[in-house]
Write a protein that binds this ligand. Sequence first.
Ligand code: SF4
Ligand code: SF4
Length: 432
Amino acid sequence: MASAIGESANIEHLATLLDRNREGIYTCVHCGLCLPACPTYRQLGDENDSPRGRVYLMRAVSESRLAIDSVFAEHIDSCLGCRACETVCPSGVPYGELLEAARAELASTRSGGVEQKLLRFVLNRFFTRRALLGVLMWIARTFRESGLAQLAFDSKLLGNRGRLALALLLSSRPALTSNAENRAAGPSVSTSPKVAILRGCVMEGLFSHVNRATERVLRKSGCELVEANGQVCCGALHAHAGELETAKELARKNIDAFRATTCDTIVINSAGCGAAMKEYKHLLADDPEYAARAADLSKKVKDISEFLIGIGAKPSEAIVARRVAYDAPCHLIHAQKIASAPVDLLRSIRGLELTPLIGSETCCGGAGIYNLQQYELSAKIASDKVDNILASGADMVVTGNPGCIMQIGASLLMRGESIRVAHPIELIDSAI
Ligand code: SF4
Ligand code: SF4
């Protein structure tokens, strides 16, 4: 769907932000090696929906050879931001940074339809205020747990997009019942790593069971948990939607909150949030007050799997008899370049059979709220994922990002499948 671009679209403004990234744009040598890795190109077969095509469009805009019209917006909007192109690019094109710059300028020049305005309102008014966000999440949880969401989903009264929204919410329910709450924590000694957890907005709102499992595993592994009061949403959703100023404001608040603790490490169990916080150093590179603080903080950020492998955490003798397929979140494998840590952790669980999943490293089509904004294209990408999951013979899928858990879970539900999707830390928690 093409987006409306306002009469006042300021070409020079877009060129300015992309100009700052011109070095990155010119790194592209048009080799085309990224095309087979790009899910949107594979589905649509249009060069403009490939990484090479999108970089070319950005270059044309930055050189004032192309206007910021609805066609430019359409091809930038259809990008998942999965960054699979970065992983395969031999020239090191910083595609994620270029996309963020293009989206930031589009956000500032678009007149915006109702959908865009609603998105901005929710991101800027709710996700920046903890109390308001808490109320929003409470309403969502109550709806989910009351049985009404399931009833509405089963009734089939809604259209596909409405049913998908319900399926996404239903897929945030715990996939495992844990009896781990009463287990003893590991010994805390003076040399224990001091760890602060990013609680996250969606993670604490809809996946608090994953946050509690993370705390138990860290304690059991001998870590001392410290609380970072005042922490807020990481700002990833804002940066991906082009709301860069709000993303920067949230980043500054998080930097202040985590600097006020004595933590050695900031552990994150959401791949998207981890990637965003590791990139605070880029986000705030031009901020004279916060640039150095952001760089320091980014160094402390670790994904939970990366951290547990680093400290040599080992599951106990508990047996978890499951046939599990691992799906790699894009923001873990492509943005953070973490591929083996979650797999190694899962392999160390006794009784767990890890079955190969074709296309594990390919985006599930979730990409924040891309699944609702680009429903048809996202559904096609998700359909391939579901086919591969069914072919794997797995009885459970695990993936370390809330958006992926919801997207894969919802896509399975929409197909009438009962396979559940869990976070890897939930399985580690039941085995440690
Ligand atoms: S692989 Fe990299 S250099 Fe080659 S076309 Fe794609 S973005 Fe450009
Ligand atoms: S981020 Fe993903 S969807 Fe976008 S161009 Fe790169 S590979 Fe394609």
